[in-house]
Design a protein around this ligand. Structure first.
Ligand SMILES: Nc1ncnc2c1ncn2[C@@H]1O[C@H](COP(=O)(O)OP(=O)(O)OP(=O)(O)O)[C@@H](O)[C@H]1O
Ligand SMILES: [Mg+2]
Length: 288
């Protein structure tokens, strides 16, 4: 199980050069201003949670980092150097891996095939090459063991795995390219208590490997269980940047909702409870 925030050893401080940084990023979709002048920095060896109400701009911000939706204006820096991330292959080449909420796994294929989908290994055979099933299986086994992912075998079709196991396979797949940054979009959404704990344990192990983890979450309990820092987006703008040890859940909720962060519990605001995942958006614009 995941240790509570106060019991964790102090994680790497958010100092030095951020591995990934956004400066003054804005994004417009026609009449909808989804992001306005957003700054964001993430460092190696830390878990940064990105939180905000529905429509606050979290997915849009992540898409500016993953190359799916480049910013309309603003600067992106990787390891301190300005870069252009205009398509997904640009972010992958830099070492940014993104695990989307739909996971994009092939249900009918086994774990090994899913891990190496599109990057199958070949071994020489006569004058050609054949798919190196044994080599891929060994790598898959090693990775699953290293990450303490509990699955029956790596030859089981992913359709038969639990939600938490599927999420773990998708996260493991993102590590095969040896990334520096792993972005997780709602990794515990729709998971039960035990599966959530399993996935959060895996998120902590990514940090232990020295990776920079950016985790979108609607669940402040998850955020406070594993994150070092929490960055709040509100109505497409920066709404706060807190070290988890220095802030209460109520203060984060206040930053999300725009209420004054006063410290004391405010009537009617959720505390440890999950924030609404499907409620009305806080921006006027509708998705095109
Ligand atoms: N492709 C698009 N076309 C037009 N508007 C869009 C598009 N994508 C996002 N938006 C708008 O940008 C704003 C931010 O949306 P975004 O999906 O980033 O929010 P979010 O914080 O991820 O919300 P949620 O928690 O519901 O996933 C919203 O007003 C949304 O309607
Ligand atoms: Mg979203």
């Amino acid at each position: 199980m995941t240790a509570p925030a106060e019991a964790r050893p102090a994680a790497a401080a958010s100092t030095g050069t951020p591995v990934l940084e956004l400066r003054g990023v804005s994004k417009r979709f026609g009449a909808v201003q989804a992001l306005t002048d957003v700054d964001f920095a993430a460092y190696a060896g830390e878990i940064v949670a990105l939180v905000g109400d529905n429509g606050a701009g979290k997915s849009t911000l992540v898409k500016t980092m993953s190359g799916v939706g480049p910013p309309s204006s603003g600067q992106v820096l990787f390891a301190g150097k300005p870069v252009s991330i205009s398509k997904p292959t640009d972010s992958v080449a830099l070492g940014i891996a993104t695990v989307y909420q739909d996971l994009a796994l092939c249900d009918n294929l086994d774990v090994v095939a899913n891990l190496f989908l599109g990057t199958e290994r070949l071994r020489p055979f006569r004058h050609a090459g054949v798919i190196d099933e044994i080599g891929m299986e060994q790598t898959a086994l090693g990775l699953m063991r290293e990450l303490s992912v509990r699955i029956p075998t790596v030859r089981v079709p992913v359709a038969s795995l639990s939600g938490g196991q599927r999420q773990s396979v998708a996260i493991a797949r993102s590590l095969l390219g040896d990334p520096k940054v792993v972005i997780l979009d709602e990794p515990t959404a729709a998971l039960g208590v035990a599966q959530t704990a399993q996935v959060l344990d895996l998120v902590v192990r990514l940090r232990e490997r020295g990776l920079c983890v950016v985790m979108i979450s609607h669940n402040l309990a998850d955020v406070f269980a594993v994150a070092d820092r929490v960055v709040v987006l509100r109505l497409g703008r920066n709404g706060g940047d807190f070290r988890v040890g220095d802030v209460s859940e109520d203060q984060v909720v206040a930053a999300i909702t725009g209420a004054t962060a006063g410290g004391g519990r405010r009537a009617g605001l959720p505390s440890t409870a999950a924030l609404p995942a499907g409620g009305p958006t806080t921006t006027e614009g509708a998705r095109a």
